[in-house]
Design a protein around this ligand. Sequence first.
Ligand code: NAD
Length: 387
Amino acid sequence: MRDDLKLGIIGAWGRGMVGRHGHKPGEGSRITMCCDIREKAIDRCRELCGPDVGFTTDYREMLASDVDAVFIGTPDYLHEEQAIAALEAGKAVYLEKPMAITIEGCDRILATAMKTGTKLYLGHNMRHFESILTMKKIIDSGTIGAIQAVWCRHFIAYGGDAYFKDWHSEQQYATGLLLQKGAHDIDVIHWLAGGYTERVTGMGKLSVYDKCKRRSADQRGDATFHAENWPPLTQTDMSPVIDVEDHSMILMQLDNGVQASYMQCHYAPDSVRNYTFIGTKGRIENVGDSGACQVAVYTTRTDGNAALPDIAYNHKPQSGGHGGSDPAIVQEFVEYVRDGKKATTSPVAARYAVACGCCGTDSLRSGSAPRDIPPLDPEIVAYFENN
Ligand SMILES: NC(=O)c1ccc[n+]([C@@H]2O[C@H](COP(=O)([O-])OP(=O)(O)OC[C@H]3O[C@@H](n4cnc5c(N)ncnc54)[C@H](O)[C@@H]3O)[C@@H](O)[C@H]2O)c1
């Protein structure tokens, strides 16, 4: 029997706690250490994973310990520094999306992973959503022909609470929410459409939350969702600095000819992520992305509204966070580190998602001027494609 893989969590409060799915003492992996700058986060992690879990407030101390791999679930602006340090320390890395807040930051992480030969895995958990996997299977089967156009609309009911009360609201920490939130969807669009964005143009603005009451700079932001914070203009305790957009729209030209659009809104009453992929023989559309949801396939021509899809795939709610994708992605990470199992997520794709998010943001802040995505060094692409 092999010893458990020793795992550490850096940023042990919100998303970083996805790592707890890897806490399976005696079954291949366990959390042995956690790191957070807040005592409350450390206490809760040790409540969930056990009092034997070591702790520190300095991630470098964790990197000097005997952990084999680390989950990095800290705010976006810390990803580059912490991922590079972990890779240099020889610790396999599970890095949350977005990979970094700049293209250059991503490229430095990739170069470090290649130089050190340390394993790098990106936490794009949407690649494990049942709805996304169903859409990928339908597209790959050729049922709707060759994809030509993609549309994605993303309504985010929790946006005002989650992204305008803490670090997410500032460009210096997030670049923008088109990148922060959209990195998921841009990655899905690239994956399912089979290409990366090479040119992007955008439009967007801060239209609502700049008009809401602010908290003082010395008061801690509380990003907890409260349904009663509605309508959006009644929100209070917003960040003292808000310089990111609350709605954004981009048009993407992919390198394989596919054209795509992505739209995001943070003051909608409901949370819906709706993709439409249109091919030369039909289209698909999802209703709901996790929990009880459906992927509808339309292939019959009708003169008017199609009453019902030709095929409908209905998914039932799965246990585990994010529609069951969280335990699945952590399991895959552990197997990737332990046994070299091929990863479903891709560091190169994660970099191109960031590149599109950054260039789209730059475009929408520059009068919608189109922006070309800088290509990644082919040597780096080849290195990661060979796993
Ligand atoms: N894949 C997904 O579905 C998903 C969902 C939510 C968030 N995320 C990503 O996860 C990351 C964290 O997001 P969040 O919403 O949990 O953020 P958060 O601010 O709620 O939590 C981050 C934690 O990191 C800690 N932290 C801050 N600085 C630190 C440091 N220097 N060293 C150690 N710990 C530090 C904070 O105290 C906090 O406990 C972000 O990059 C976000 O994009 C991914």
